[in-house]
Design a binder for this molecule. Structure first.
Ligand code: ZN
Length: 405
């Protein structure tokens, strides 16, 4: 904070300029509408394989110019004689929707900044809810199994964030303050900054923060920690460029080290907040610096993990304001989606759709969503501590409707 009590204005990074520029929009709904099914299949083939003329047969792996069957919109392998379509052997195998519809739904979903709910897309398209839901989840599966992988190296930021498990019961059945005369007045602390009498510096602004006394024991059992690892761009002002995430029960030394050793290479330099869970990193990596978040966002030497916080903010917007009620069972999938959305924030929408479809079609058959509409559901949460049986959804045993008044 500056001496006069004002905050320095943050420098613009150019993301807003990018989104308003021509190069941000290279594909539109109007262009996708003009495609017939043949064009859509060939476009998806080019997105997935880089070519619609030469590709590897999904049955035997032979790379060749396979025979194209114009009427069937499929290819026949020159080596094994098996026929295959653009979605054979991928998460979209045995699809019911035509490719042009899949492309347009994926495009609509991908264009959202922090996500787009399946119900909202359903209101635009009108297929059954499971059709939309499983299609979006299969696109997410591509990100879980195709994007949230690999080792990061460079200047890394790491952070944890609380998701789900709000202690709403503590607030239930308390009287709400109503009536004009009873409204709480503006706290004086917000109006008058506290000034240190010796130095004349402003020590605090805003209301006093609640004491974090015994926070862990009061936490809701459904609370999860989203652990975020992000690598900074080498270019100044470039922000974060690549992310790995994991969901944990707690942000402990064990869980953060597990994620770090599986996703960060040892020659990296790591920035975190002052949480003692990260103390081990000094001996594990080339460097480790911390910023004391209770006092500042950026340490005097420039240490900060604001890129990791940036993803936290997008994740919060996504689960609390767009998707609403994301269950812990699928939290990992939604977090991967937001990591991808944030990493590709300065990519044109045409390239983004290409990237999304390439990832979705590169991970093989769906392991999470095949047979979903026939009752085959994921039974566990994907946690860094290991799989945990998921909480059943629906009404509690013994639930009864509220009696009529
Ligand atoms: Zn073949």
């Amino acid at each position: 904070m500056l001496k006069n009590g004002l905050f320095p204005i943050r420098r613009r990074t150019g993301t807003a300029d990018f989104h308003l520029s021509k190069k941000a929009v290279t594909l539109t709904v109007r262009e996708l509408e003009q495609l017939d099914e043949r064009d859509a299949v060939l476009l998806l083939a080019t997105m997935s394989w880089g070519s619609c003329e030469e590709m590897a047969c999904p049955h035997c792996g032979t790379f060749d110019r396979h025979y194209w069957y114009e009427k069937e919109l499929r290819w026949k392998c020159t080596a094994c004689d098996a026929k295959f379509s653009v979605t054979s052997g991928t998460v979209l195998a045995s699809r019911k929707l035509p490719v042009r519809t899949i492309l347009r739904v994926a495009f609509e979903w991908m264009n959202g900044a922090a996500g787009k709910a399946a119900l909202e897309i359903r209101r635009n398209w009108g297929f059954s809810y499971p059709t939309h839901y499983t299609l979006l989840q299969k696109l997410r599966e591509g990100l879980v199994r195709g994007y949230n992988v690999g080792m990061l190296v460079g200047y890394i930021e790491m952070d944890g964030m609380d998701v789900n498990g709000r202690r709403y019961k503590e607030k239930r059945n308390r009287p709400q303050i109503t009536g004009a005369g009873k409204r709480p007045s503006m706290p004086v602390q917000l109006l008058a900054p506290k000034v240190d009498p010796d130095t004349g510096e402003i020590t605090s602004m805003g209301p006093p923060k609640p004491v974090k006394y015994d926070k862990t024991s009061r936490q809701h059992p459904d609370r999860r920690q989203l652990l975020v690892v992000r690598v900074r761009s080498a270019a100044k002002g470039g922000g974060a460029v690549r992310t790995r995430i994991a969901v944990a029960l707690r942000e402990t030394s064990d869980t953060v080290t597990r994620l770090a050793t599986s996703s960060i290479s040892a020659e990296s330099f790591i920035h975190t907040d002052e949480d003692p869970a990260y103390a081990k990193f000094v001996s594990l990596y080339a460097g480790h610096k911390t910023v004391t978040h209770s006092k500042m966002y950026v340490a005097p030497d420039g240490t900060n993990n604001n890129q990791a916080e940036c993803l936290n903010a997008r994740m919060r917007r996504s689960v609390e304001q767009i998707y609403l009620n994301v269950s812990n069972k699928y939290l990992n999938d939604y977090a991967c989606e937001n990591a991808w959305r944030d990493d590709t924030r300065r990519t044109s929408n045409g390239d983004r759709l290409k990237h999304l479809m390439r990832l979705a079609l590169s991970v093989g058959l769906s392991q999470f969503w095949r047979g979903y509409t026939h009752g085959k559901h994921r039974s566990h949460e994907m946690l860094i501590e290991g799989p945990k049986p998921a909480k059943p959804r629906g009404r509690r045993v013994g639930w009864e409707p509220m009696p009529a008044r």
